[in-house]
Ligand binder design. Structure first.
Ligand SMILES: *Cc1c(COP(=O)(O)O)cnc(C)c1O
Length: 320
């Protein structure tokens, strides 16, 4: 269904690292959301007519699900707790592209029960709405926020296979894979799949470690997210630079790091990747003796830069 995504070298902190270009998987359906939603393309979902999901109005997953729904001919209702005035007046990025694909984006604070809903977690609001407002449960598919569900494993398993094949082809004997986490679903399943695939193929002597960092809510929250999907034996390694990152917060450090890595010629995205590279930089400084290879997973999401970059430029000015 997808071609194998390419791996490219990139200079980072005076070291050649490799980038797994999952952003190039497919023009409309890319990044880790394509991996996570692969299950829904590769299985029979003919009985489904309605997709329901929730999250932020600018989420990369919103756009990916709008592509999925359009391809499958599903109605798509997407619930958000708030839409900023700015994005309503200047729709762009994931939000505008999802609407162009037919997504019906519903601000729950504007519904009749909006006041009551504002006291509740968005997941609970959506459960409530599904139970009361949709008739045919059999034809409805509900994907939890960020694609955090067991269905994500099969597509992430293909990513694991591609990486193992690449490692063997290039006779790499020690590799650290780095990817920033939101819900932690991709990192959790990637590590589990790599451990299982190496085990079941009896590939000895390959030293592969999955490293990830939190971009939302801190390390304890991330571990808690892992534990909903996998057993602790499969947990990836969480690394930190000692700072707490607040999701979507615009900081000069993040902007500077994004500009630095984009000078490689690869466009990275502005929510997760700046934190990922800041933490990777710290990790490399702390482990100068590490002489194996690093593979950074580009998890897509660059369409969101249409929204994030103007916000950064309004805040910090045009520096290039
Ligand atoms: C969704 C997303 C992530 C986070 O993935 P999780 O599986 O939720 O950890 C990271 N990077 C990009 C670009 C994303 O779109």
């Amino acid at each position: 269904m997808f071609a194998i995504s390419p791996v490219q070298p990139m200079l980072f902190e005076q070291k050649t690292i490799f980038v797994k270009r999952d952003d190039l998987l497919h023009p409309d359906f890319s990044g880790n959301k394509a991996r996570k939603f692969y299950h829904f393309l590769s299985h029979d979902y003919d009985h489904i007519t309605q997709l329901v999901a929730s999250g932020s109005a600018q989420a990369n997953s919103l756009y990916s699900m709008s592509v999925l729904a359009k391809q499958q001919g599903w109605q798509f209702d997407y619930y958000v707790s708030h839409i900023s005035d700015f994005i309503l007046k200047h729709p762009n990025g994931n939000y505008a592209a999802a609407i162009a694909n037919g997504a019906n984006i519903i601000d729950v604070s504007q519904l009749n029960q909006g006041h009551q809903y504002q006291q509740m977690h968005l997941d609970d609001v959506v459960q409530h709405i599904i139970a009361s407002d949709y008739d045919n449960e059999k034809s409805l598919l509900h994907i939890p926020e960020g694609g955090r569900c067991e269905y994500a494993e099969s597509g992430v398993g293909i990513l694991a296979t591609e990486i193992i094949d690449w490692v063997r082809l290039h006779k790499i004997n020690a590799l650290k894979i780095f990817l920033p986490s939101g819900t932690g679903t991709t990192a959790a399943y990637l590590n589990k799949q790599i451990m299982q695939q190496l085990g079941s193929n009896n590939i000895k002597g390959l030293n592969i470690e999955v490293l990830t960092c939190s971009t939302v809510g801190g390390d304890d929250y991330l571990r808690q997210q892992f534990s909903q999907l996998i057993t602790p034996a499969y947990f990836p390694t969480i690394v930190t630079d000692g700072r707490k990152y607040h999701f979507g917060k615009l900081t000069q450090r993040c902007f500077d790091m994004w500009q630095t890595v984009c000078r490689s010629g690869i466009e990275f995205e502005l929510l997760y990747d700046p934190v990922g590279f800041l933490v990777l930089k710290h990790y490399l400084q702390q482990h100068p003796q590490w002489d194996g290879d690093i593979l950074y997973v580009h998890q897509g999401g660059v369409l969101g830069n249409q929204t994030m970059l103007p916000r950064y430029q309004r805040k910090f000015g045009h520096t290039e």
